[in-house]
Design a protein around this ligand. Structure first.
Ligand code: CO
Ligand code: ZN
Length: 336
């Protein structure tokens, strides 16, 4: 899966501008799905299996957008001011590099600070694309960019920008590939949704969940970990298996869904962790609250340094997430 992950994370597609990553994903899933669709917001929906008697509609969602920036002003010397697109922190911008959709690269600089010990605010930062005037500047107000950082393979650990949530995308693609190549007959109709605009407020999952009207919904996304020096007190570590979400800021996972996932992990002898995330949310919250409500949960990949240009996940956790998903989808669902 590593070359697929590298291809996904090295594609530039901030929220609202997912055309490039959608084309990459489409090429991967085209031959694997029974039906492909792109809805009005740009969600890519790959459907597999038919709705049999007593079967359910299952929606799986992994967001394909990534955090980025949007140009707001260009001064006479060609310096670009910007605001964040999604949850970017000024701290992670310093010394960073960005790539605009037209391929233009730039570095992020900072004004002279009165108090150099303080983290600057966004209005003290600017992008320098190597020109000397506004006329020469190849970027216009309204252009968007994502952070630029090459994929780093540390063996067991993988590091990249946009692992949030291209790692979820990679897991959905690999799950669909295994179901297809192993000829698994699905007892349910499954919708693999590669959603847009998650980072600006789970917008793609909101409309796609309404359109699909699923019985059960699962998001695939990253979650934090508590295993770094003086990190948050969180009982999730890299390398101890994918995490089954119990709670985050936007979701109380349905306990029936949690029990379904736990039982499947134990039956397949796969390691798992139970996740309680204090801050942040996922597409699952949008799925849960669509129409008259949906049984929803989330399978999370433990991740360090989320929303920085060097996010880190454990490759075993990733592969075990695929195995757990395949196990969940292969059998009829019995909720207790
Ligand atoms: Co995110
Ligand atoms: Zn995410």
């Amino acid at each position: 899966m590593k070359s697929l992950i590298q291809k996904l994370v090295e594609t530039t597609s901030p929220s609202g501008y997912e055309a490039q990553i959608r084309a990459v994903i489409r090429a991967e899933v085209e031959t694997l799905a029974d039906h492909l669709e792109v809805d009005n917001l740009g969600n890519l929906i790959a459907q597999k299996g038919q709705l049999a008697q007593g079967g359910k509609k299952i929606m799986l969602a992994a967001h394909m957008d990534e955090i980025g920036v949007i140009a707001t002003h260009i001064d006479d010397r060609g310096y670009i001011r910007f605001v964040p697109l999604g949850g970017v922190h000024p701290r992670t911008c310093l010394g960073g590099r960005v790539r605009f959709l037209n391929g233009v690269m730039g570095v992020i600089g900072v004004e002279r600070l009165d108090d150099p010990g303080k983290v600057p605010s966004f209005d003290q930062l600017f992008i320098d694309v190597g020109v000397s005037s506004r006329q020469e500047c190849p970027v216009r107000v309204g252009d968007v960019a994502a952070f630029e950082r090459p994929f780093l393979d540390l063996g067991k650990r993988l590091v990249a920008k946009a692992l949030d949530d291209r790692i979820g995308v990679a897991i959905l693609i690999e799950t669909l590939r295994q179901i297809h190549t192993r000829g698994i007959q699905l007892p349910n109709q499954v919708f693999f949704v590669f959603s847009v605009q998650e980072e600006v407020g789970v917008r793609g999952a909101t409309t796609s969940a309404f359109g699909i009207d699923p019985d059960v919904g699962l998001a695939l996304d990253v979650t934090g970990s508590g295993d770094t020096p003086r990190g948050s007190k969180m009982e999730v570590s890299l390398g101890k298996g994918p995490a089954i979400k119990v709670r985050d800021q936007g979701l109380l996972a349905d306990p029936r869904v949690v029990r379904w996932m736990v039982a499947a992990a134990e039956k397949a002898h796969l390691p798992y962790q139970l996740e309680i995330l204090e801050r942040g949310g996922t597409d699952a919250q949008a799925i849960q609250l669509t129409r008259s409500g949906v049984l929803a949960g989330c399978l999370s990949i433990p991740c360090r340094y989320i929303h920085s240009p060097s996010e880190m996940v454990d490759y075993d956790d990733v592969q075990q997430a695929v195995q757990l998903l395949v196990a969940l989808l292969s059998k009829p669902i019995e909720f207790e």
